[in-house]
Design a binder for this molecule. Sequence first.
Ligand SMILES: Nc1ncnc2c1ncn2[C@@H]1O[C@H](COP(=O)(O)OP(=O)(O)OP(=O)(O)O)[C@@H](O)[C@H]1O
Length: 565
Amino acid sequence: MTAIMSHTPIGDPALTGLVQRLEQAKNQLDSDDEDFGFLAELLRSRGLQALVQVHSKVNSAKKSMQPVMSNAEDMAIALMKEIHFKNIPSADAIELFAILQSCHLQGVLQSHDSIASKDFSPHLPDIPTEVDEDEETVKIVQLVKSHDPMGATIKQDEQTGAIVIARILHGGAADRSGLIHVGDEVHEVNGHYVVGSTPAHVLQILMEAEGTITFKLVPAGSSAHLRESKVRVRAYFDYDPKQDKHIPCKEAGLSFSKRDILHIVAQDDPFWWQARREGDRSMRAGLIPSRQLQERRIAAQRAEGKAKAKAKSPGGCAPSSATRVKMIHYDAAESEEFDREEVATYEEVARLYPRPGLPRPVVLIGPPGVGRNELKRRLVAIDPDKFRSPVPMTSRPPRPGEVDGRDYQFVDRSKLHELAEAGQLVEHGEYKGHMYGTPLEDVRTLVNAGYVVIVNPHYQALKYLRCAELKPYVIFIEPPPLALLKESRAAAHATSTFDADTTRPFTEEELKKMLKSSQRIQYHYSHCFDEVIVNDVLSSAFTRLMDAIQRLESEPLWVPASWVQ
Ligand SMILES: Nc1ncnc2c1ncn2[C@@H]1O[C@H](COP(=O)(O)OP(=O)(O)OP(=O)(O)O)[C@@H](O)[C@H]1O
């Protein structure tokens, strides 16, 4: 009540008016003093006044409001990097790092950037005033034709024969107009009546049109509004829509290369997803084959490969189909261990930020003899307080000078068997009647103690190591081409690892074997690799490895989405 009587000045005229009206109403209405008091207090409250002020400011500035940047997210990452590399960051810097790292702030920055990079112009000319008599059921939409296609595909409805909008590409001209929806019937394009004609005819009109294109559309019963998904995937194959005979519209396709990160914006069509290349702020999404479609294609390619191999088989007597397919790519003897059934198309990914005190283990994969041990040894030697490698177990007795726990953990064969049975060994094997193995638990212990764990297991160990718990960074160490491989190994007097009992150089045959094995591993496991380092000149390969580890500690990197959720 007192609040009404005491006239504290109110800045906003609308609020002042409301308070005055309230006073008048109070005299006319038979209502509770308490209610009026409450309302008056609310209208005079500083909070509401501030809100109204902000609203008025935003309203008046609306026309001139322009985003100053569209890469706030990149800036935040750059800032985080800068803080990370500071020797002794201040408490404020550490707090800022934590704020920038929070997923909520990242979400806000991401939304800001998408809004900021949207271009809502160009301005369209006025819509013609003459419209159909049945104007309630017809809408006229104008789009400006530019180098960007209209951002929609059309098809002929199988039942009615009408030309309808088949899909709207996210961010394309049609999507941005907000006026065209899936299922809308196209009646006219630039004054050409197209009811009863074919999609090809409509496309012809569109191609010939210049400047503004005017559509007369009958809206779909329920407009299927598109909601943009947040899914990111890593592609495991190259795709060129121009080479794809089955894509509904080649111009609407999105080309990409193996390992590209794609932002999937729509998955409503089981065969054709819509996607943008991550970081590509271009307006329009493009069509890409869905996972289901791509898996079918790979299966069909394999079946075709099998059939061809069968046809070629001498004397018409084909070997077992599984072996035959392997022989197309490799010699069968060495391929038995590969899992032929795995079809890598897309993997859902998310960004993983470096976790202070919990470094990701580094897994070096590669063909035998390529130099993984050498690289690991150099890392541990350069900084033993930072890099550690688990000590393997063996069932063989210690040799003179060998120390238990330093060179090997000397254990009973039964212990190694037990761990192997329980799937608790990263890798294990038999050599000259003795068992060897690296316990998974030892990797865990070192990671939790804050060490950057370096392991160089057999590629099949990826099955155990590549998991959400350990979140490893997998680097494939690749041999250089044969000439350079021969030259570099000879110059360094490299010792062959193919024969453990002698210290002789690699033979040419062994180097060729290394290259072949490298191709095989890459063919089957490249979807597990985060990076490939060519071990040509040892010192450069080592520098690249150190750079990779530094990135790992300072940058958010893409990992399987399940590791982050
Ligand atoms: N870039 C290089 N140039 C010259 N020599 C190299 C290079 N990388 C490694 N070597 C040498 O090649 C030999 C084999 O390397 P290393 O033992 O590290 O192979 P590896 O990949 O661990 O093999 P395996 O998996 O069979 O144990 C060693 O003598 C090593 O010093």
